[in-house]
Design a protein around this ligand. Structure first.
Ligand code: SF4
Length: 214
């Protein structure tokens, strides 16, 4: 296999991890999604509560099934099929007090800033405050040079496919392009930029040497 991309991923990941540490966050590198899954499972203690936030990365790699197998773990899952909107909102509130939150980030800059955009805001709220430990699984395709590129990535490459996935009635679903709509179903409502943590090590980013999520 051509070593160019895997070597680049690992080299850049090392530099981002060093920058995360300067921001009182933690980071590690996994060459594959399988390795990332093992790392996440090893970090979650038996009997703990885990808050599920919207993440195609985590769902696509089958991580929720692995987390469910950890003895005694209670998954707080507002995405369970068949529950009412009220029940889902209640679970989103309950997730704020969880021991762990598992998600991804919409973008990460080379100097270690985490950039996210939500429709409702529960994910960005929990990233900022609430769950005791936040574990983020992040494909190297989400790495961007700086904040400006991060915002552009999220608006143009992450939000439209998400709106399509969610069957929203927004212009980007038809055109594939963001027109900064004012649709009632707009999914781009709440931004967050995480530049550091007061509680050292609360956020752990696992950078994965693969293209994951969007
Ligand atoms: S602002 Fe509207 S058009 Fe742009 S990506 Fe978000 S939902 Fe789509």
């Amino acid at each position: 296999m051509n070593k160019g991309l895997p070597t680049w991923y690992e080299t850049v990941a090392k530099s981002i991890i060093a920058n995360l540490e300067k921001r009182r966050m933690e980071g590690s590198y996994a060459a594959s999604a399988e390795e990332a899954k093992r790392k996440v499972v090893a970090m979650i203690s038996e009997g703990s509560t885990v808050y599920r936030c919207g993440s195609m990365t985590v769902a696509d790699i089958g991580l929720w099934d692995e987390i469910r197998k950890i003895p005694g773990v209670k998954l707080i899952d507002p995405y369970v099929k068949g529950i009412s909107r009220e029940e889902s909102l209640k679970l989103r509130c309950g997730g704020m007090a969880a021991d762990f939150m598992v998600a991804s980030t919409n973008a990460i800059t080379l100097d270690g800033k985490l950039v996210n955009l939500d429709g409702m805001g529960n994910r960005v709220a929990a990233l900022a405050f609430g769950p005791k430990k936040v574990i983020l699984v992040v494909g190297m395709n989400k790495v961007v040079p700086d904040l400006e590129s991060a915002i552009s990535r999220v608006k143009h490459l992450a939000a439209p496919p998400n709106a399509i996935r969610l069957n929203m009635e927004t212009p980007c679903v038809k055109t594939g392009l963001c027109s900064d709509c004012r649709s009632p179903q707009r999914i781009c409502n709440v931004w967050s930029i995480i530049e550091g943590q007061l509680v050292k090590g609360r956020i752990h980013v696992i950078l994965v040497g693969q293209h994951l999520g969007y």
